[in-house]
Write a new protein. Structure first.
Length: 662
């Protein structure tokens, strides 16, 4: 048997692709995947292409026809419908049927003799009929018609250009010499909350009205109504495990703890147990279950902290000394991140000869809390553990619990952050916390949400954390907190705040030039005045409501920045693909002064016709402005409100000539 000739079609630049297919791109259930590729062949024959896709566990491919974009670039789209891994690839072939039809049309326009061309077409129809199913009868009929000498050739040729034959030909191409990449690419599909979520971080021990009394899970239940009223759907609790006493930190990170100092929750492990136990003063496992159930009643999901480290008091230290790195004098080196010192924490040695037992134990920790009903984890410092470990443990979890969400708290070098996202983390902390100027925000958000990074990394914007009180918040006052809340909630589809410190405008550093909080909640219990008249809780609640009600804000890839003739004003929009929902945000980045300017809007992109009046409805203050044209004036007084969040609505006229804005 003769070996078939190699395919003539070339397929290049298949996208989206992460590291040549080494890692999957990310989507959530119901999202589409737009696939593009350069597909071409030698000569002048026409090329056709299809997009093939399937759940990875399926045997059969579904397919959809790709559309030419010009310059040999093709595009197709499919939707992921379930939480599992999908595969996709493309297939291209030289289409002799369409090439014949194209050339026939040209010859007919030139009034050339097409009698031989019709015979060629008849042969192609007969070959197509042989591989066709129900279409075979019609194709043979067309072949006979093309061969018939009873009708003039020009007339037969014009008939052959009709829609029926065109559709028959497209349904039955010869794909025997089709080209296809050797390996398919993949999509990791998570649930909606992996893409769109609002996080609230809260220390359960501070759910108390008296800083001298340790709060517990029952107290947390009473705080749920407050969190729900602000509209958050994930309540993240710092580590809830027993806290060690050896080298326990005191208030303001003092190396020596005083009587009654509770220590840092991240100093995990004591005589009561380690990562599978609960700190006694918080309650017992049943109390956590009760809290989780109560939170679910408010539409809130609990997230727990995975901090893979130990105190000198952790049971692992005695039971598994081989899991820790020992110095020549026999002691274990505590954790450091110069100039910071963590004398109360021992890092795990992932390069130990007993790494397999260590990995298995850490995996079992995750599974233990999953079995308690937890499906969301914030992972502490994942960049200080091996990449291979995270790829393995996340894959192990996803085999049984694909709905599990992992947030990477990795404030580190960009390539390290990106690698963690590729390995399977659903969301990632970012540098947003320190991006304050117009140019910084525009450049950074564009990198995250409009480039290749957007295919695998989902940013989660946090204006503050228990570790980070940015300088902008230290000196900008209420306007700075409000502006950062608006930016975080509208630039990113997922965001979070560390509260109540954020909404209560906590801005006191331990000393000038430092980002550590004075009286940091990491080292002491705080009793917060949730009824403070200065609280931003009402604004935050409104922002979360706006996010829920406007689908445009539930995605990242659709952010578009707009020109403003004032560098203190940042303007950007997000729209749904059909343009039915368009949100325009304008933020005054100067927390001290009134700023104004002219915003330049691309009306075509926003699907607004030239000369058409449209309404800008401020969803924060409820004011309505009627705009026309591309340039419109805005002015923001930070003392009143440093931002507009506009819903742009086009005027629609009903059959009764009544105008309304949609």
């Amino acid at each position: 048997m003769k070996k078939p000739a190699p395919p003539r079609v070339v397929i290049e630049n298949l996208r989206p692709s992460v590291d040549g297919g080494r890692f999957p791109v990310k989507r959530s259930v119901g999202e589409s995947v737009t696939v593009t590729a350069d597909i071409f062949a030698d000569g002048h024959d026409m090329v056709e292409a299809v997009l093939l896709y399937r759940p990875a566990a399926a045997k059969e491919w579904a397919e959809t026809r790709m559309k030419p974009l010009g310059n040999d670039r093709w595009s197709g789209e499919f939707t992921v419908d379930s939480m599992e891994r999908y595969e996709y690839t493309v297939q291209g072939w030289v289409d002799r049927l369409q090439t014949w039809r194209r050339d026939l049309e040209k010859r007919l326009l030139a009034q050339q003799d097409v009698s031989v061309d019709l015979l060629i077409g008849a042969e192609l129809m007969e070959a197509a009929a042989a591989r066709a199913g129900e279409d075979g009868v019609r194709l043979r009929s067309w072949a006979a018609s093309l061969r018939s000498g009873e009708v003039p050739a020009l007339r037969r040729g014009r008939q052959a250009l009709g829609e029926e034959l065109d559709e028959l030909m497209r349904r039955n191409p010869d794909r025997s010499a089709a080209a296809q990449p050797e390996s398919p690419l993949s999509v990791s599909v998570g649930r909606e909350k992996a893409r769109f979520s609002s996080w609230y971080e809260m220390f359960p021990r501070s759910c108390t009205s008296d800083a001298e009394r340790h709060g517990n899970f029952r107290d947390c239940e009473q705080r749920l109504r407050y969190v729900a009223a602000m509209g958050f759907d994930i309540l993240y609790l710092p580590p809830i495990h027993p806290i060690g006493k050896t080298n326990r930190k005191g208030k303001n990170n003092s190396p020596a703890a005083g009587p009654g100092d509770p220590g840092s929750p991240w100093a995990i492990g004591a005589v009561e147990g380690g990562h599978k136990e609960i700190h006694p003063e918080l309650g017992v496992l049943e109390d956590l279950q009760r809290l989780r159930t109560a939170a679910a009643g408010y539409g809130i999901e609990l997230a727990l902290d995975l901090a893979f480290q130990a105190t000198p008091d952790h049971p692992w230290v005695k039971k598994h000394p081989e899991w820790f790195r020992h110095r020549p004098d026999g002691s274990v080196q505590y954790a450091e991140n110069p100039p910071k010192k963590y004398q109360d924490i021992y890092p795990l040695d992932f390069e130990t000869a007993e790494w397999q037992s260590l990995w298995s134990e850490l995996r079992d920790v995750v599974f233990f809390w999953i079995e308690q009903g937890i499906r969301v984890f914030r992972v502490d410092n994942p960049h200080t553990k091996p990449f291979a470990f995270w790829e393995w443990v996340i894959a192990e979890v996803r085999k049984q619990y694909p709905e599990t969400i992992f947030l990477a708290e990795a404030f580190t070098r960009p390539k390290v952050m990106y690698r963690l996202a590729k390995l399977g983390f659903d969301q990632s902390y970012t540098y947003f916390t320190w991006r304050n100027t117009k140019s910084e925000l525009t450049e950074y958000v564009t990198e995250l949400m409009r480039g290749e990074v957007a295919e695998y990394m989902r940013p989660n914007f946090w204006p503050n954390t228990p570790d980070i009180l940015p300088e902008y918040l230290q000196y900008g006052g209420r306007a700075a907190f409000a502006a950062r809340a608006v930016l975080a909630a509208t630039l990113s589809s997922s965001y979070g705040i560390y509260g109540p410190a954020f909404e209560l405008l906590e801005n006191r550093p331990i000393e000038p030039g430092h980002e550590e909080y004075l009286h940091s909640e990491k080292y002491e219990i705080r009793a917060w005045n949730l009824e403070s008249s200065e609280s931003l809780a009402e604004l935050i609640a409104r922002l979360n409501q706006v996010r829920r009600e406007n689908p445009a804000l539930q995605f990242n890839h659709n952010v578009c920045f707009h020109d403003v003739d004032n560098d203190q004003l940042l303007a950007y929009s997000k729209s749904t693909p059909d343009g039915a929902n368009t949100i325009l945000v304008v933020v005054n980045l100067d927390p001290y002064h009134v700023q104004s300017g002219w915003v330049q809007l691309p009306l075509e992109l926003l699907k607004i016709k030239p000369g058409q009046t449209y309404q800008a409805h401020d969803l924060l203050g409820n004011a309505r402005y009627f705009w026309q044209g591309e340039r419109n004036f805005v002015q923001l007084d930070p003392k009143l409100m440093p931002a507009h969040v506009f819903a742009l609505r086009r005027r629609v006229r009903t059959e009764r000539d009544f105008d309304y804005y949609l």
